[in-house]
Ligand binder design. Sequence first.
Ligand code: AMP
Ligand code: MG
Length: 723
Amino acid sequence: MSSSTTPAALKAAILIVSTTAAQDPATDSADVTLRQVFEEQQHGSQWEVHESKIVPDDVVQIQKQIMLWTDKTSNGEEVNLIVTTGGTGFAVSDQTPEAVSALLHKEAPGLVHGMLAASLQVTPFAMMSRPVAGVRNGTVIITLPGSPKGARENLQAVIKLLPHACLQAAGANSRALHVGGVKRLEKEAGVEGGQGGERGRGHGHGHGHGDGHGHKHHGHGGHRGRGGGGGGGGGGCGAHGHGDSHGHNHGHNHGALVRHTTPSSSSNPKSNDPTLGPSRRHRESPYPMLSVTEALSQIAQHTPSPQIVTAKVGCSLVGAVLAQDVSARENVPAFRASIVDGYAVVVPQDGNMRGVFPVVSVSHAAPGEDMPTLKEGEVARITTGAPLPPGATSVIMVEDTVLVSTVKTGEDGVEEEKEVEILAADQVHECENVREVGSDIKQGQLILGMGVQVSAVGGEIGLLAAVGVGEVQVYRRPVVGVLSTGDEIVDHDLAGDLRLGEVRDTNRPTLISAARAWGYEVVDLGVARDKAGTLEETLRQALRQVDVVITTGGVSMGELDLLKPTIERSLGGTIHFGRVAMKPGKPTTFATVPVKDNDGERVSKVIFSLPGNPASALVTFHLFVLQSLHQLSGISPSGLPKVPVTLGHDFPLDRSRPEYHRAIVSVNRDGVLTAVTTGGQRSSMIGSMKGANALLALPSGPEPLRKGSKVEALLMGSLRSDM
Ligand code: AMP
Ligand code: MG
């Protein structure tokens, strides 16, 4: 194999993360510096800097730009490498590593070590950088520090190896790439390896398989190698099976165990095995108890990225988030228009418009009429919003004129104005009472930025409509499915009395309404019985139709609580959390499941399994599900808005768990937000949600929180006004 597999140039993109540079690109010098480093490689033939962009220290903006480069879109072309610079330190505003790591499909700690090791040799301050590196889709991403010098050193430390990483990440045939071993790779990359035979240490624990089969494959099966054999070429394990020796000649993963699937926790489920019966179930939940903050960060991390679609501008756009910057297609107004009802005039040099003038024409707001050119000494009657006749320079308000004479026109004998006198107008300026072309909105001007959510208030739709934009790119809003589970659950509108044990389905209508009210399309998935097979089939069906499944019930510790085992064991999903330290809502479960979409692509879909108790279900919907839905639809910040409120009375606290207390928050004349409870807070009591517009985030504690204390409230509905 020669290096002919290497394409002429790899595409790199540079993302400058700096709030200062975003405001004033002239302040940036990292771009030039990094471009130089790329230029220096193989006389500029190895890398082509495809694009550089500047974004402020803002997670969403960083992520959006990266995704534009990494996620296949119809118009875009992916790049091989993204280097970010800036935002890797410890300052509050530094969040590049967090923004980037959330996007990585694979992490590359080796590159991070490489960069840190190199820059530590220069300065101990390298410890103040928190780089991350990895792969998203086919693109390698590394975060460099913000100082041009640091950025250069870090990039130089790894750049020789990046072509190889990029080609592999992009899907190049890795076997072909590896022919000739690491030596060849090093030579091609122009880097020196470690000290001779020591190389490969840490990779090559080839403890022989000891099972005596003479199979041909070689390498380091040590970790998973069957049988003992211990050391010394326990038989037939191929050329590299030499005991615990580290000395073989390369450390790459050639041959040996080939794993075609990525291990996931689904191969090691925590959930009960339902076939074992109640006596063998866990008696304590095996899921670690996460704090609400940790749970939210799991959701942030594992919710799939939003997808971009084209949408027509119209009423259905309300709630959508723009995935592009939108510029005005047309000027508003498109013609010179009068701001008032009055007379269009041609202002003479001296500005003196006093006198009596003939009314030579009329301009109404009706379009398409040709108008004669107005001359000095003539006036044209004009209505608000109508185009000025050609030649007119100003408009005099009707209030500043008097009618002097009229004339009868046509057969119907309607009286028309013949002459008007303009009063007290000796200082008239050009363009008075005129809206110039494009004076409201200029053609080409940015009217709405990427990330803007189209409100129901109307301003955004109005802008798009005014400038003639018919279609926009938006984030696709996920479709939600709502499923109740439980043998005892009957439809809420079941006629007649309930039989012993039956419970009316409260959660389905509640959650469907809540999700719809937030602008999401909802599929009613009905009620599933507490049978493993039924539940699995229902969920599979659901995952074909919707992006996010919300189930309620079946997540407690009973033997009929089948959600977790079904997700893990039958659907191959990953449960990211199954217990949260909160009241209500402790068993809230969040999982993602691999699913093939209509195009046969593997995608990840989200399941929230909420507790069955109605108040718990609705609280956890607002706290957790909504954040994921927002994220999927590009809404940022995601989740309910937070406001500080003052307690209107004492609130008892739970001793061990923070509580999300349902409350009514109102604002008084002085702008003070006061919260009062909705009453009993037991998790079965849906009435605790009645009238509630907020969830108070109460800490745990032994004593009540006193009237007048300040707490954070999450707003579910609009504020009540006591004014
Ligand atoms: P589970 O987690 O299935 O044990 O449910 C906890 C409690 O919530 C039980 O009392 C259930 O009967 C109740 N529950 C579950 N689903 C619903 C529902 N859809 N509507 C009303 N109550 C429910
Ligand atoms: Mg149940």
